[in-house]
Ligand binder design. Sequence first.
Ligand code: PMP
Length: 369
Amino acid sequence: MTIGERVTLADLPLRPELVGASPYGAPQLDVAVRLNTNENPHPPSAALVDDVAEAVRVAASGLHRYPDRDAVGLRTELAEYLVRQTGVAVTVDNVWAANGSNEILQQLLQAFGGPGRTALGFEPSYSMHPVISGGTRTRWLPAPRRADFSLDVDAAVAAIAEHRPDVLFVTSPNNPTGQSTSLDDLRRIATAATGIVVVDEAYAEFSPAPSALELIAELPSRVVVSRTMSKAFAFAGGRLGYLVAAPALVEAMLLVRLPYHLSVVTQAAARAALRHASETLGTVAELAAERERVSEELSGMGFQVVPSDANFVLLGRFTDAPAAWRGYLERGVLIRDVGIAGHLRATIGLRGENDTFLAASADLVTELD
Ligand code: PMP
């Protein structure tokens, strides 16, 4: 008997909007082939593991002190990485970091959303956008994408004019559908916007489309680009996300962040991982090539595959997506039911994992509409 066990959630004075809610998260099942959370399937190299361990060992001698509250060293190195990756001349003052981009998004909503304010996004998209909006008591306004999941910019501009949201989310490449939004389209959307425009670029490194970083100089009071080391950087377990924006937006983040939110260990480990950026990101081209191979083979079998610029593909149309998801699981492959009728999302894994997924798909063609 665990102490306190007789109290249930229903006994607690929970905020009313949380009553009946379920926690966000994909099932963490022990399955041979895990293609459900869009991680980079390549484990860190021995050299990276050694560097992280050594950096943490050195940092551990200062564990009795709080970390650098503003993570200046880490932000400087993130800015240097961004200059190399995008050619946009950002500096430490343009970058803010937190425990995963989910925390970045939460801090943005704490600063710019809240009671009496609204956030709008184009669905289907990343389901944490409405969840974090709810958590900050920002009213969520869903606007639709086209039937093929691409973003209809005219409709987006009309939705902005109608609702004038305080915070607007555009995910590019979009999760769970994979398409990027072009810089011209983002410029039109951000120009029409009345509030903050958060371009969620969690998967940017996988996409040939230029980054919205280029728009910050043009629209500095609107555009924020959110990024993460969880995907291409193969650092999901390290929990490090960041944003890029005008320095004033970074100042706004200082108003809402918890003091010392990034631990000494996180800062040291992330900086060590960043020193290996070019080697880690060397896997991106291979994963993009695998994405094309998987997409073509699936199409050849009769699946509809949404064209993707990310490290996953959305496939359909299944008669019964939850049943098909179980079919994959029975074949040792964990993919994701993202709640879009007739569709499932599969992360691109290592070549052998993709082969197992494709073999399961060949079996499950019978489940197609
Ligand atoms: N944005 C998008 C579009 C995502 O898909 C994810 C992760 N699934 C995140 C943000 C958050 O990732 P993290 O907190 O690991 O940076």
